[in-house]
Ligand binder design. Sequence first.
Ligand SMILES: [Zn+2]
Ligand SMILES: [Zn+2]
Length: 80
Amino acid sequence: MRTLKCSTHGLKEWRGEVVCSSCERVFTTHDPKLRTHAPLVCPCGSRLMPGTGASKTKAFSGRACCSECFALRQAGRGTT
Ligand SMILES: [Zn+2]
Ligand SMILES: [Zn+2]
């Protein structure tokens, strides 16, 4: 089990939730079949994920967030 120390919620289990630091959209990384699966580039135009191989970059906007932050942000934005 991977854990994440959230500044708001303390130590939480991390299940692959990420938040875009540019627009605060939330995504998941653990299941590619989910509609919320993190794309390489966020809809806001920011590079979201580091990628692999030649396209790998250190400059990306995705930040790990805890499941409670994920649920709160997702609820705050609605389901679209
Ligand atoms: Zn974004
Ligand atoms: Zn949190």
